[in-house]
Design a protein around this ligand. Structure first.
Ligand SMILES: Cc1ncc(COP(=O)(O)O)c(C=O)c1O
Length: 274
């Protein structure tokens, strides 16, 4: 169990993904795959979920799957040429929860594979890794403009912005957390606890709950760092809203690489009828 959110975990028994070793499905899958003349069964893969802030789930799963590989070699002659422990390497979203470094993930994985191969008498397979988030997560920054501000005395202050679950579904879908940075005054004293709410017509459309900021002002820009993975690629036209523009920034220069959507874009696939 990689101890990530229930909706982003895959390495547990109760999952719609994969073939379970525990139920015997994986064994049946290997037997069938090896018997198929049109398939080359070159190795095994697993993906535990994402983001995984711990190292142990990788070594535990590697040992479990390589022990299974050794059994499958004995039973069906499986040759483990390739092996992938998937992706799931975490990035820092909030300042107080930092992920292990890439070197730490690598060393945990390689050490676990070497010792399991040794333990179960396997040749070391070619290692394949599948990082997604760790490559692009921190390369994207979402920038929003503050609109209305609603203060409910003794309860909460909602700061509405001009985006939300349409461009970043993660907080609404699985309670992901983000840091929020006031773009024009990043170092100002953060003496107000507020909730940054999206513009979409759902109470669950909240981008960041109970974050500390300087007193928010309508019209100012708020940035959510680490928005490069699983945000725009999972964006939608929820409530028939248009998706934002994308600007590439590099060494002090910037270039528009995707224009803002228009209402005309939303109707582009509609077919005229009489
Ligand atoms: C099979 C598989 N491998 C790798 C990944 C990438 O995960 P991450 O972006 O967390 O590294 C995913 C993401 O869903 C996946 O399903």
């Amino acid at each position: 169990d990689p101890h990530t959110h229930l909706l982003t975990t895959t390495g547990i028994l109760d999952s719609k993904f994969g073939f379970s070793i525990e139920t015997g499905d994986a064994e049946i899958a290997i037997e069938k795959a090896i018997a198929q003349p049109s398939l080359n069964t070159e190795g095994l893969h697993f993906h535990l979920g994402s983001p995984i802030f711990e190292l142990e789930p990788y070594s535990e799963a590697i040992d479990y799957v390589l022990e299974f590989a050794a059994r499958m070699r004995k039973k069906f002659g499986l040759e483990l040429k390739k092996f992938s422990p998937g992706g799931g390497f975490a990035v820092g979203y909030v300042t107080n929860i930092l992920p292990p470094g890439m070197g730490e993930y690598a060393s945990e994985i390689v050490t676990a594979i070497r010792s399991a191969c040794d333990r179960y008498g396997l040749d070391e397979p070619e290692l394949i890794v599948e990082p997604g988030r760790a490559i692009v997560g921190r390369s994207g920054v979402a920038v929003y403009t503050v609109g209305g501000i609603k203060t409910i005395p003794e309860v909460r202050t909602y700061v509405s912005v001009d985006g939300g679950m349409g461009d970043n579904i993660r907080p609404a879908l699985y309670e992901s957390e983000y840091a929020v940075v006031p773009v024009d005054r990043p170092l100002a004293e953060r003496n107000h606890t507020v909730t940054v709410a999206g513009k979409f017509c759902e109470s669950g459309d909240v981008l960041a709950r109970d974050v500390d900021l300087p007193e928010p002002e309508t019209g100012e820009l708020l940035a959510l760092p680490a928005s490069g993975a699983y945000c725009l690629m999972m964006a939608s036209n929820y409530n028939m809203q248009t998706r934002p523009a994308v600007v590439l920034v590099n060494q002090g220069t910037s270039r528009l690489i995707r224009r803002r959507e228009t209402y005309k874009d939303l109707l582009a696939s509609s077919i005229d009828f009489d």
